[in-house]
Design a protein around this ligand. Structure first.
Ligand SMILES: Nc1ncnc2c1ncn2[C@@H]1O[C@H](COP(=O)(O)OP(=O)(O)O)[C@@H](O)[C@H]1O
Ligand SMILES: [Mg+2]
Length: 337
């Protein structure tokens, strides 16, 4: 993204967030911040710490030192972040308080889409298709474990056991028999005390669609298909980021009528969750049947990621897509809308 932003149009101030949550100024060096040979870069925790003031009339980015120094005013933020505190409405809330427009969904849609259980409930209430699932909260697992296991058993096997609020496939297990269920729930709980268990949609095609907001409403990209090759039971973390075990088919080879149906469904889903900016709607397709698996409000955005590739195939290349997102954020602004 650093590489793609048009420097004749934008002055870019990269901010890194360390693993402990400290915000630091980063060097504007796209190469250093790229994933290289499977190695993930880390931000420079020794760099000067920065913060946004919660004064919406200032929009100041302040360098913290003994004597705080106002670096500059910020027009718009691009939260290039995954997961809790990045994609779940919390940083969006911070930016709302600071009065700084930002790319992507607002507080509500970010929080709702981050939680797979809430997202499914929202889709259901809009009459959109989702697969069978059961939720096990921390309280239920602690005090009603047997009843929880009985509920889950109604789904049959195999099931997918997931942290309700994670991503990148972390903490997810495909469970084929009762004997492995408790261990899978405990594993998911290492990432989130709230767990969702879903009936496995067997032999389904995994189809994704990109949604991009605009002044005239959301638009859908062409769809793409994830084809997981040998050695991976599903689209797991290694398959997503590290090895070469998936084939991304862009555009997906779909019957044109089905393709249009999926694109329309992606837009309906985006509207149903009050999405803004962008989202990637992930679906499972069996024949002509479709269920929505999940919606990512800040989908993977490396040059080889699905979201930018789907838009490139639709006629919007990576720099144009990044520009459209920044302009969309500036158009929307902050506050109730
Ligand atoms: N109910 C399901 N049926 C079949 N496959 C599933 C199901 N849920 C998840 N998967 C597989 O696991 C992967 C990760 O699950 P997902 O819900 O997308 O979690 P994440 O938010 O971590 O991406 C999916 O891309 C798919 O390959
Ligand atoms: Mg996913």
């Amino acid at each position: 993204m650093l590489r793609a932003l048009d420097r004749s149009k934008y002055e870019v101030v990269p901010i890194g967030i360390t693993k402990s949550g400290k915000w630091v100024l980063e060097a504007d060096n796209a190469d250093r911040l790229a994933i290289q040979n499977g190695v993930f870069p880390e931000v420079d925790s020794a760099n000067p710490a920065v913060l946004f003031t919660a004064d919406p009339s200032a929009k100041d980015l302040v360098v913290q030192s003994n004597v705080p120094e106002v670096l500059q005013q910020v027009d718009v933020a691009f939260p290039v972040l995954h997961g809790p505190w990045g994609e779940d409405g919390t940083i969006q809330g911070l930016l709302e308080l600071a009065g700084i427009p930002y790319v992507g969904s607002g507080v509500f849609a970010s929080a709702a889409a981050m939680d797979k259980a809430h997202l499914k409930a929202m889709m259901q209430s809009a009459g959109l298709p989702v697969g069978p699932f059961e939720v096990v909260t921390n309280a239920q697992w602690t005090s009603q474990r047997e009843a929880s296991l009985t509920r889950i058993a109604t789904l049959g096997f195999p099931v997918f056991v997931k942290p309700s609020r994670a991503g990148s496939s972390v903490g997810i297990t495909k469970v084929k028999s009762q004997a492995d269920l408790v261990a899978a729930i405990e594993f998911a709980r290492q990432h989130d005390p709230k767990v969702i268990v879903e009936a496995s949609i067997e032999n389904a095609r995994e189809i994704e669609c990109g949604v991009l907001d605009s002044a005239t409403g959301p638009k859908a990209s062409v769809c793409a298909e994830i084809i997981v090759r040998e050695g991976h039971e599903f689209y797991d973390f290694e398959a997503k980021y590290v090895d070469d075990s998936v084939e991304l088919s862009v555009p997906a080879k779909l019957d044109p009528a089905l393709h249009e149906k999926l694109r329309a469904l992606a837009i309906e889903a985006f509207l149903a969750m009050a999405g803004e900016g962008l989202a990637r709607v992930d679906m499972f397709v069996t024949g002509t049947d479709v269920v929505i698996n999940e919606i990512n409000t800040m989908p993977g955005f490396t040059p080889i990621s699905m979201y930018p590739r789907m838009w490139a195939e639709t006629g919007l290349d990576y720099p144009a897509l990044v520009d459209a997102l920044v302009q969309d954020a500036l158009r929307r602004g902050v506050g109730l809308r």
